[in-house]
Design a protein around this ligand. Structure first.
Ligand SMILES: Cc1cc2nc3c(=O)[nH]c(=O)nc-3n(C[C@H](O)[C@H](O)[C@H](O)COP(=O)(O)OP(=O)(O)OC[C@H]3O[C@@H](n4cnc5c(N)ncnc54)[C@H](O)[C@@H]3O)c2cc1C
Length: 513
């Protein structure tokens, strides 16, 4: 006798719940019944506006129209992040982590060439500017594609900024109307377990019992299934990443024609950093800070100073962050996706992408039976833990390279006691050579080697190239640098202003594929 997994019950209707429902239902249309229950009274967290380029393939696979997504979610383009004041704290201090890979990467690695050049020339261009044309596109406020580019296709690689509240409703409508997801609006009041410890059903206030062969906990910070019911411990990462508070606020534009910044702004402050995300109708701004290093009133003052005068009526919302994740993410017939699995500061927008990857993996591991679920769970846990560890390393990288001394926050961040050993090892190797694919052996890497290069060299890190043999063919590198300059000239001339393209998409639509 085998017990096939035929029905999936998702608890929670935030971004995690609806993306998981959509990803699974799109792939297993007739094989699996997906039910999602969400509370009417417990709201969604309602932040989370920065995504990765993966969101394009996620939405495309779900059959979502990109044009409708722009029309309904105040969506805008994101072409990476601009980090200001992270290295020295001065007003002129910035670097980019763009989404386009360095020219020729990975078959050609321009990092050693640029490293040598920048040591010999005081006015050498920044790393990202020398190897990638996207910084120039972003600095001019341009879009990553043309109105003639079909849906989901770009000239430059791109992701999105989106309105989190609208996005959940938008995906919900698509899941219910087009993908056959059963939607229950009700509160889960009790979770019943079988003798073996699995979840048997969830009891709701008005809709009775909801059963499932597999339960996905998307209940946000409450983690009512994996945390509260199954008692899977929480692993704090606050010894490495100190951010534990957010003050989030929505800031109106000066006027309807204000340009929309085509990248996330991340501006370092005394005890944390401010995100600034441009949507169609407003900016989403927030200060994430360490409560061990400052208090809410002082942080509020810094946030207000950043936003500028004329916005005293805005009341930022405080959100507590417990940096960390569950010890395991799948136990028995329960798997956690989204905030129920954990959360770290949103520095590289790694939460939504982890939701996409987790839901993809659950979906790919189906069909399964109860008998094989423990094997599936073990694989999911190994992969997911690996991903969390790499995110922790990559986020910490942004802090250890800072030279800021204006507060304990920045100094404490460089204390070797708080730097994971895995990151310390990488740094020891990168002293002599640039990050490359050989440093990341898993199929489940979160960040490509190029991302590490952008952050390292962007923050003023230089390799010791005294041990490096001279390149046999420097001409190839020279041609790649020249090609990048040519692409800069071409695309800064041809790409439209970000708001202009978004307005056109809303009016005329993009060609569907
Ligand atoms: C300050 C901040 C900034 C962020 N910025 C980014 C970013 O830029 N990029 C990014 O990728 N991520 C970001 N995130 C993370 C992102 O917001 C979340 O990962 C994402 O919104 C998913 O949330 P969720 O669906 O897990 O939880 P929630 O949105 O909290 O949804 C929980 C759901 O569970 C339901 N629920 C709870 N209890 C019950 C119950 N008893 N019965 C029925 N239903 C119940 C609720 O009704 C709700 O529908 C940020 C997070 C924070 C805190």
């Amino acid at each position: 006798m085998v017990s096939p997994v035929r029905s999936i019950c998702i608890v929670g209707g935030g971004t995690a719940g609806w993306l998981t429902a959509g990803i699974i239902a799109a792939r297993h249309r007739s094989g699996l019944q997906v039910t999602l229950v969400e509370s009417e009274t417990i709201g969604i967290v309602g932040v989370g506006e920065g995504t990765w380029p993966t969101m394009r393939s996620t939405l495309k696979k779900m059959g979502v129209s990109e044009t409708e997504f722009f029309r309904q979610c105040n969506t805008s383009f994101k072409q990476g992040a601009k980090f200001s004041r992270w290295t020295t704290g001065e007003a002129s201090d910035f670097y980019y982590h763009p989404l386009v890979l360095p020219e020729g990467f990975p078959s050609l690695d321009l990092a050693p060439f640029w490293n040598r050049y920048s040591e010999e020339h005081e006015n050498a261009p920044s790393f990202s500017n020398a190897v990638c044309y996207q910084e120039a596109v972003c600095e001019l406020g341009l879009a990553p594609k043309l109105i003639t580019s079909p849906e989901y296709a770009g000239i430059a690689n791109y992701a999105y900024h989106l309105d989190a509240g609208r996005f959940a409703s938008f995906i919900r409508e698509h899941c219910v109307k087009n993908l056959g997801v059963r939607h229950v609006v009700d509160d889960v009041t009790r979770v019943a377990r079988t003798e073996s410890g699995d979840v048997e059903y969830v009891e709701t206030s008005r809709s009775g019992r909801l059963t499932g062969d597999l339960f996905v906990d998307c209940s946000g910070f409450r983690a009512i299934l994996l945390g509260q019911t199954l008692g899977v411990p929480f692993v704090s990462r606050s010894d490495v990443l100190f951010i534990d508070r957010a003050l989030a606020v929505q800031v109106p534009y000066e006027n309807e024609q204000s340009n929309i910044t085509p990248h996330t702004l991340s501006v370092a402050q005394k005890n944390g950093w401010i995100w600034d995300i441009g949507l169609q109708n407003r900016r989403g701004v927030g200060y994430v800070f360490s409560s061990k290093h400052t208090d809410t009133d002082a942080a509020l003052e810094e946030l207000r100073a950043y936003i500028g005068p004329g916005h005293d009526n805005l009341q930022p919302r405080e959100i507590k962050i417990n940096p960390g994740h569950r010890e395991t993410f799948w136990k028995g017939n329960v798997v956690a996706v989204g905030l129920s699995g954990g959360f770290l500061e949103p520095l590289e927008a790694s939460a939504l992408v982890l939701i996409e990857l987790s839901a993809e993996m659950i979906s790919a591991l189906m069909p399964a039976t109860r008998e094989t679920l423990d094997i599936v769970a073990r694989r999911f846990n190994e992969t997911t833990r690996y991903r969390w560890d790499r995110i922790v390393d990559f986020l910490k990288l942004h802090y250890i390279l800072s030279r800021r001394t204006d507060s304990r926050f920045w100094v404490d961040n460089r204390d070797p006691a708080g730097i994971p050993e895995s990151l310390q090892e990488q740094m020891a190797l990168w002293r002599y050579r640039a990050p490359g694919d050989q440093d990341f052996s898993s199929n489940n890497e979160m960040f490509p080697a190029a991302s590490y290069q952008y952050v390292l060299f962007g923050m003023g890190f230089r390799m010791d190239t005294s041990l490096t043999a001279p390149e046999r063919d420097p001409g190839t590198a020279q041609r790649a640098f020249a090609q990048n300059e040519a692409l800069k000239v071409k695309w800064t001339r041809l790409l439209p202003r970000n708001r202009d393209l978004i307005d056109k998409i809303k009016e005329h639509g993009l060609q569907r594929i």
